[in-house]
Design a binder for this molecule. Structure first.
Ligand code: PGA
Length: 255
């Protein structure tokens, strides 16, 4: 089964109202007529209204970088699935290593976020990946399996139907040191195989993005790999021309 690639921009803590409008105008211009790849952007939630308006009549989907497990109530500072939905957000990043590290988010808590998104009909983009230390200790597969099993054990493997996994080795994020296509492919194949052990059908359709220093120069080669179904892009998603090159590379590679 051919999987349709997804290239998603994770803007992290960057932007302003004006920047949001400008970058989206640039993306609409650069990506006009490009087919064969799903595209999404996750600006800071502060700018979802500007982004929703700027994205009207475009093929680019809206996303967000985080969500809370609660839908309403006394949870100061949090944002719910329903709020994201009201602004048309569809793809929601959870479990990013920056949140796991700086906000002490646990596998179990992230599994609850996954459940909240499924319940709301939103698409979880579950980030997983090992640290440099874990990589050097040969623990990459163990870490990825643990992070996926937290969801499978809580919700069952079918929760990954229509969901997205982003394999993001922490040592590659924002370092300019991307995993090589072969390195990434090996881990992606492991992840798909790990899910296939529970359900072949779920494994065949799940989108597994690579993330970590993807840019306009290295994207095409990464997308030649059979189990790399697109990318979660940080730094290079802040420039329309570079992001567009990545989207076009995915569309071309996965025809
Ligand atoms: P990067 O970030 O592309 O800047 O390495 C990727 C991510 O953290 O999602």
């Amino acid at each position: 089964m051919a999987r349709r690639p997804l290239v998603m921009g994770n803007w992290k803590l960057n932007g302003s109202k004006a920047f949001t409008k400008e970058l989206i105008e640039g993306l609409k211009h650069e990506l006009a007529g490009v087919t064969g790849c799903d595209v999404a952007i996750a600006p800071p939630v502060m700018y979802l209204a500007e982004a929703e308006a700027a994205l009207a009549n475009s093929q680019i989907s809206l996303g967000a970088q985080n969500v809370d497990v609660n839908v309403k109530g006394a949870f100061t500072g949090d944002i719910s699935t329903e709020m994201l939905k009201e602004f048309g957000a569809k793809y929601i990043i959870i479990g990013h290593s920056e949140r796991r590290t700086y906000h002490q988010e646990s596998d179990a808590f992230i599994a609850k976020k996954f459940a909240a998104l499924k319940e709301a009909g939103l698409v979880p983009v579950l980030c997983i990946g090992e640290s440099e230390e874990e990589n050097e200790a040969g623990k990459t597969e163990e870490v990825c399996a643990r992070q996926i099993d937290a969801v499978i054990n809580a919700l069952g493997v079918d929760a990954f139907n229509g969901a997205v996994i982003a394999y993001e080795p922490i040592w590659a994020i924002g370092t300019g040191k991307s995993a090589t296509p072969a390195q990434a492919q090996a881990v992606h194949a492991f992840i798909r195989g790990h899910i296939a052990a529970k359900s072949q059908a779920v494994a065949e359709q799940v989108i597994i993005q690579y993330g970590g220093s993807v840019n306009d120069a290295n994207a095409a080669e990464l997308f030649t790999q059979p189990d790399i179904d697109g990318a979660l892009v940080g730094g290079a998603s802040l420039k329309a021309p570079a992001f567009a090159v990545i989207v076009k590379a995915a569309a071309a590679a996965k025809q």
